[in-house]
Design a binder for this molecule. Structure first.
Ligand code: F6P
Length: 557
């Protein structure tokens, strides 16, 4: 039987989980914590230096057993091994998904189905190192001999989110003389704001696009090239201000980037999994090659854990099982990520793309409807700010949204104990979501007879699930492990749902339609012919407003 074909064992395991999940109210977190003697042993796990605690999920030990049966019926271990060995797991794009090779140590064996991959990755890393160190050391000079002090990384989606997150997360160790900026938005305001503080003579533009076909990146790249030229960079020396990171080397050459400044990677690196590839070049510039290697080593440690830990002790697998359960049991429309660490403020955005672009699918790998709700909205924000924003709804709203608390231990003690406050708040919020207040559990209601009429308004129902990931100190290693943890969770969840986590056809379709609409806006009305009435009406109104604008020369500014 084809390994991907839906088996009877899978269908019946899924039905059993679904049946168990149909009465979640009977799983009371407080009771599970009190009454399951081995709960902390079974529901917490150590992985690559991280401590992952799912004990405050609304999942009983028996539920976890059934979820593990489902994981086995979904052949999760076989799917994992297929990915790690370079099989064509991204079947709709005919590609492997080999981001793990990018962080394998030098001298590791090639994946069974991708010979030469390890050497190729090592060669690119060496090139990245050479370029990064010459920028950091001030040896790479601009066209006029000026030292490069600013690097603008132009890229979008996976070609921006991961590197930006890593630069922020590890920014305390950033190089003082080369500042890194990220430009993704095609809105000219984004670049106008950024360029106000930049000088073309001392700016390096890194164009990061796997496909070199992404419209926003292409337009911003063109705008920055024009800015370099306008800023006095001689056309024949423009290449001194350009680096390209891409899987489409020909297109980068055609743009004018010389081979020595092209950092290639392969199509078997998915955009949202590409931080570890040459896409991470600005990270290497910021933190140096050695720390970049430590980040890779941390991710590799998580890869080893994922590849070898039994399913019941496998942190990414457990996180995937929790998500699958919550989607069935709670019908939750959100999964919320709250890092209690300012340096990880962009973690929710990165995990949003990683999980929603990967698992926002409605058909399975064989093209049949999945039959269950797949990924909910993934979002979040930094703690404690989030507590003063949407946590009210998490505590007392009508729908439970599971939260991932990501907790780091700051390296240095803060004289005002703000570091302790962060950790205390994270733990307190998880406990409050789980336990609520005692009023409801002791049976009091909103009745005003003799009681405190306001008490019911203060009451927190509790029994709201959360996971806590205790990262320890945020280092390149622990950061790498954390991101790899979520990458593997994402893939494991895809295999549980039997979907292809590595394609993104919905995004591709949106890109095509935007091109047609823009042509219509630009005076080719027939290009908008396939649009609905509402969109055609909007198009017409916007075209009129665009036409009524003053020409650039006539504007006051
Ligand atoms: O958002 C869709 C997407 O294809 C992502 O998967 C990718 O990270 C992003 O666009 C950018 O693509 P590219 O690196 O090819 O410019």
């Amino acid at each position: 039987m084809n390994a991907s074909a839906r088996s009877d064992a899978y269908a019946s395991a899924f039905d059993r989980v679904r049946r168990r999940a149909s009465d979640p109210e009977t799983r009371v977190i407080a009771t599970l914590l009190d009454e399951e003697p081995e709960r902390l042993d079974r529901f917490t796990v150590q992985a690559a230096g991280l401590h992952v605690d799912i004990a405050k999920q609304r999942i009983a030990a028996g539920d976890l057993d059934e979820l593990l049966t489902l994981a086995r019926a979904a052949q999760l271990e076989r799917q994992r091994d297929a990915m790690l060995e370079g099989e064509c797991v991204n079947r709709s794009e005919h590609r492997a998904a080999l981001h793990t090779v990018l962080r394998a140590p030098a001298g590791a064996a090639d994946p069974r189905h991708m010979s030469g991959a390890i050497d190729e990755v090592a060669a690119t890393l060496a090139r990245m190192k050479e370029l990064a160190e010459s920028l950091r050391g001030g040896r790479w000079r601009g066209a006029s001999g000026t030292r490069i002090t600013d690097l603008v990384h132009v890229g979008i989606g996976g070609s921006r989110l991961g590197p930006q997150l890593a630069c922020e997360a590890l920014g305390a160790r950033a190089h003082p003389a080369v500042r890194v900026h990220f430009l993704s938005n095609v809105d000219p305001d984004a670049w106008d704001r950024m360029r106000a503080a930049l000088d073309a003579a001392s700016t390096m533009v890194v164009i990061a696009s796997k496909s070199w076909r992404t419209d926003e990146t292409a337009r911003n790249a063109a705008a920055l090239r024009a800015w370099l030229l306008d800023g006095g960079v001689a056309p024949e020396r423009l290449h001194l201000h350009l680096v390209a990171v891409t899987a489409n080397v020909e297109a980068a050459r055609a743009f004018g980037v010389p081979d020595r400044a092209i950092l290639p990677f392969r199509d078997w690196v998915g955009g949202r999994f590409s931080l570890w590839s040459a896409i991470g070049f600005p990270v290497m510039v910021a933190i140096g090659a050695e720390r970049f290697s430590c980040m890779l080593a941390g991710a590799h440690a998580m890869d080893l854990h994922f590849a070898s830990a039994p399913l019941e002790r496998n942190a990414p697998v457990l996180l995937a099982l929790v998500s699958a359960w919550n989607r069935l049991a709670l019908a939750n429309s959100s999964e919320i990520v709250v890092p209690y660490c300012d340096a990880l403020r962009s973690l929710p955005a990165h995990l949003q793309q990683l999980q929603m672009e990967s698992n926002g699918k409605a058909v399975d790998i064989d093209g049949h409807p999945v039959g269950v709700a797949t990924i909910p909205a993934v979002w979040g924000g930094v703690g404690t700010d989030a507590q003063h924003s949407y946590f009210q709804a998490l505590h007392q709203g009508t729908v439970a949204h599971p939260v991932d608390f990501v907790v780091t231990i700051p390296a240095r003690a803060d004289p005002f104990a703000r570091d302790r406050a962060l950790i205390a708040n994270a733990i307190a919020q998880g406990a409050t979501l789980a336990l609520g207040t005692t009023a409801r559990r002791s049976g009091r209601t909103g009745s005003t007879d003799g009681g405190d009429a306001l008490e019911v308004h203060r009451d927190l129902a509790g029994n709201r699930p959360s996971t806590t990931i205790l990262v320890g100190e945020l280092t390149p290693e622990s950061f790498g492990a954390l991101i790899a943890l979520y990458e593997h969770k994402t893939a494991a969840l895809g295999w549980l749902w039997r979907i292809n986590s590595f394609d993104q056809w919905g995004v591709e379709r949106g890109k095509q339609l935007a091109g047609a609409v823009e042509r219509a806006l630009g005076g080719e009305p027939s290009a908008g012919g396939s649009l609905d009435r509402s969109s055609r009406d909007l198009l017409e109104r916007a075209a009129n407003l665009l036409g009524a604008r003053p020409s650039p020369a006539a504007r006051d500014d």
